[in-house]
Design a protein around this ligand. Structure first.
Ligand code: PMM
Length: 286
């Protein structure tokens, strides 16, 4: 397992296994759980349930990032996430805020969120790096090429893992130049973001190359389309979302064995087991 980012709450630093981040999308339209936790009380209850099941951090997001999604404005995003973040923090839950907006990051960190998870890696908001530098919390830089409306058209690579690493490196240079603490950065190859199924598998095949960059690595494979396609079987119909959790666990176990810092998942309980298996596997071989 890789090092923790600096600025992580102390109880999380004590963890000797990859972090399990539970997904809480407070959106009517996210691809794999859209609508299920849109209502405030059900969102809060689901966050607490995932904590009881073993999630170390709950990742709260208010804006769908699925391919084709249209954007919401900052007021709507805050209206969705802020009450949930506040309630979870009050309940003693560690919260990460999944946002591309510096103002949402600011207000949620003020409300107690302890990680900023930016799927755009700073590209969607030119004020994000300065804000994160000021907030001084761990910051996830994910590989991203464009918003949901256009991202499928941007999935063009000649060597996907090399290009994703090179584009993440560009973000690292820009973020640190803008004052973001290098030690507080977590990187994420962005599975499914401007990537076809084959691209995702190439990234996973070369996952060790991402870990070798020396930053904590986060992986978000949970219930994604490339797993649905893999499990389609002879009918050719992608497996439904709920039927993708065993495949997600397999990816989580392999990611843990490869030394990632954390996995971002919908189904927490089985993921805790999966990362323990992966880590024990890696340690047994050392
Ligand atoms: N994937 C989604 C949203 N946020 N954040 C990170 N860091 N990595 C991811 O892979 C990621 C993310 C989209 O998935 P969802 O709709 O299930 O939340």
């Amino acid at each position: 397992m890789s090092r923790h980012p600096s600025g992580l709450p102390e109880p999380l630093v004590q963890l000797d296994r990859p972090i399990v981040m539970g997904v809480l999308n407070v959106t009517p339209d996210s691809f794999s759980d859209g609508g299920r936790h849109f209502e405030l009380t059900s969102a809060i209850a689901h966050g607490i349930k995932m904590q009881h099941e073993g999630a170390d951090v709950i990742d709260v997001g208010g804006e769908s990032t699925r391919p084709g999604a249209t954007r919401i404005d900052v007021h709507e995003e805050l209206h969705r996430v802020l009450p949930v973040v506040t309630a979870l923090v009050t309940a003693g839950v560690y919260v990460s805020i999944d946002t591309m907006r510096s103002e949402v990051a600011r207000q949620c960190v003020m409300a107690g969120a302890c990680i900023v998870n930016d799927v755009s890696g700073g590209l969607a908001d030119q004020d994000m790096y300065a804000m994160v530098a000021q907030l001084d919390v761990p910051y996830v830089i994910m590989h991203w090429r464009g918003h949901g409306a256009v991202m499928n058209s941007l999935a063009s690579y000649s060597d996907v893992s090399a290009e994703v690493i090179s584009e993440i490196n560009e973000r690292l240079v820009a973020a640190t130049a803008a004052g973001v603490n290098r030690d507080a950065i977590i990187i994420d190859p962005g599975l499914g973001f401007a990537k076809e199924s084959a691209d995702n598998w190439q990234v996973l095949k070369h996952l060790a190359g991402f870990v070798d960059l020396g930053y904590p690595v986060l992986i978000g494979a949970s219930r994604k389309r490339f797993l649905g396609s893999l499990l389609a079987g002879s009918t050719g119909v992608p497996r439904d979302f709920a039927g993708r959790d065993a495949a997600t666990d397999a990816v989580s176990a392999i990611a843990a064995a490869t030394g990632v810092w954390g996995v971002r998942v919908h189904n927490v309980q089985s993921t805790v087991d999966a990362v323990l298996v992966g880590q024990a596997w890696a340690r047994g071989r050392q």
